[in-house]
Structure formats: structure tokens, C-alpha cells
Design a protein around this ligand. Structure first.
Ligand code: SAM
Length: 282
């Protein structure tokens, strides 16, 4: 990624830090089964060394640190220092001394002498402009035979938390759906074949690929989900903000009503299908 691209990428994620801090507890709780499954697929055991790329607020780095125990070690890296503040605070709260967080660009990251048993990337690789460079870094950092577990999102139709607000906005204005082609974005690796080919071309053999339902936000009222979408910011929210106020309100009401279809008892729960891919460094 060139300097301009890196700065734009960093600026985008940096503006989401307050959002992630606010919803950290809820997101960590709802997505815990995804993290647990990733660590199980990786065969994580006490004493292992784990590298978590795009660790954000510390997922799955922090649960991994609990699993590897005092003889093990976890290194989490992320482009945005503000995200790592949240992760370090949680590590302190949870009494973890075997995890370190460093700000670094995953595309140029050098792990140094340490060789890792396991690497994880939860909902990060698809946002990187040059994922093949990330895989080259991971290939250098992992032991031969080391496990790499990646979480990516499925196609837009099966990921309502990301696609529903956009589909409703289409009633009011033109909205580009996030691309599922080979540009960075949430659906870039929706096609398992494309991700598998990328892994194979970069020195990894694919061992397993499975899907699971992942909730990411819950609320007792639709309006709270609407607020969550707006607080995330970014290009999509700019499209909403550009509309005249009455249209913004109409979009909010329509979305709040639509998410009612995702109510299960007291809570509306919105999420999507995530794919977990287990690959091994050859
Ligand atoms: C959707 S968040 C996922 C965070 C965490 N893994 C989780 O599952 O909660 C994506 C993360 O990727 C990070 N990121 C984006 N581009 C990156 C890059 N080039 N190098 C390292 N981290 C990057 C962002 O700062 C952000 O924290």
C-alpha cells in the first residue's frame, strides 16, 4: 500500500475508535463463539505463540492469551494505535501479562526472530489493499506447518448488518453496495474459492472452510440499531448525512421497522454469516 492509501485506511479506522470503545463489551460478548471456534480450529494449546493480525480491540488476541497461559505468548498488531489502547486496557483488566500489542501495518510487518505456532485474522484481511503482502508477512512469521485461521464475511445477502442499511437507503438515493470483487471491502472474500486461491498462491494449504452465524449487535429497540449504524461513520453514513433531514428520518424509520424482522424475544439481533478458513503454512 502506498503512503496515501495507508493514510486513508488508517484515517478510516481511526474515526471508528470511539464507536468500538463504546460497543466493545457487547461486540466481544456476541462474537465470542466466533473467536472460540477460530481458536479451536487453530488447535490452540497452552505454551503456544500466537500472532493476531488486525487485532483491533484485542479479538481474538485476548481470549487466545487466556488459552495459551503463562508459558505462551500472544502478539497483536493493528494499524491504529487508538484501537490498541482499548485492547491494552482490557488486557490489564483481565490480568494478562502474556500479550503485547504493537501498532504496525500488516502489509509490511516484520515479526523478527520469533516464529509463531498460530496466526489469526478476524475480519481484517479483506480490508487490506494488498492481502498477498500480509500473507507474505505471515508466511515469514509462522513455523512450517503453523496454522492460520481467517474470519471473513459471506455474500451481502447473508450479512444483513452490513447490507440491510444500504438496501433501505437505495429507496432514497443511489448507493453503491460494498464491492465483492478484488478491491478492499467487507465482501472481498465472500467467495471462498477466491480466498482459497489467494492462500494457495501465497504458500498456504487450505485445510478447512466452514460457516457460522455471527451476531454483532443487539438491542431491545430498532432505533438503537439505527444509532449503532450511524455511529460507525464512514462513507456509508456520509451518504445518509448528505440527504435532506426528512429523508434521513424516513430512512431511520424504515430501518428501525425492517430490523424488527430480526427480533428474537426481547432483543433484535443483527449479524451475518461468517466464514472461517483454516490454512497451514507450507
Ligand atoms: C473490523 S476490525 C476487526 C478487529 C478485530 N480483529 C475484531 O475482530 O474485532 C478491522 C481492523 O483492521 C485494522 N486494519 C486495517 N488495515 C490494517 C493494516 N493494513 N494493518 C493492520 N491492521 C489494519 C483496523 O485498524 C481494524 O482494527
Amino acid at each position: 500500500m502506498d503512503d496515501g492509501e495507508r493514510q486513508r485506511n488508517e484515517a478510516f479506522w481511526a474515526q471508528t475508535v470511539a464507536f468500538w470503545r463504546r460497543y466493545d463489551e457487547m461486540e466481544a460478548r456476541l462474537t465470542r463463539p466466533v473467536t472460540e471456534r477460530m481458536l479451536a480450529l487453530a488447535g490452540l494449546a497452552p505454551g503456544m505463540r500466537v500472532l493476531d493480525i488486525a487485532a483491533g480491540r484485542g479479538e481474538p488476541a485476548l481470549p487466545a492469551a487466556h488459552r495459551v497461559g503463562p508459558q505462551g505468548w500472544v502478539l497483536g498488531i493493528d494499524l491504529v494505535e487508538g484501537m490498541l489502547h482499548i485492547a491494552r486496557e482490557r488486557a490489564r483488566r483481565e490480568g494478562l501479562n502474556n500479550v503485547e500489542f504493537r501498532a504496525a501495518d500488516a502489509e509490511s510487518f516484520q515479526a523478527g526472530e520469533t516464529l509463531f505456532d498460530v496466526a489469526t485474522v478476524r475480519w481484517g484481511l479483506m480490508f487490506m489493499p494488498a492481502p498477498e503482502r500480509v500473507l507474505a508477512s505471515l508466511h515469514r512469521a509462522l513455523k512450517p506447518g503453523g496454522a492460520l485461521v481467517i474470519a471473513s464475511w459471506a455474500d451481502a445477502d447473508r450479512v444483513p448488518f452490513a447490507s440491510l442499511p444500504r438496501r433501505i437507503l437505495e429507496r432514497y438515493r443511489d448507493v453503491p453496495l460494498p464491492s465483492s470483487d478484488d478491491r478492499p471491502g467487507i465482501f472481498r472474500h465472500a467467495d471462498a474459492a477466491r480466498l482459497n486461491a489467494l492462500l494457495q498462491q501465497n504458500g498456504f494449504s487450505v485445510e478447512a472452510s466452514e460457516e457460522m452465524e455471527a451476531p454483532v449487535v443487539e438491542a431491545t429497540q430498532g432505533s438503537v440499531i439505527v444509532a449503532w449504524v450511524r455511529e460507525m461513520g464512514g462513507d456509508f453514513v456520509r451518504l445518509v448525512d448528505e440527504m435532506p433531514k426528512p429523508q434521513q428520518l424516513a430512512w431511520e424509520e424504515a430501518l428501525a421497522s425492517e430490523v424488527e424482522k430480526h427480533r428474537a424475544g426481547e432483543h433484535i439481533v443483527l449479524g451475518g454469516v461468517t466464514r472461517l478458513t483454516l490454512a497451514r503454512r507450507t
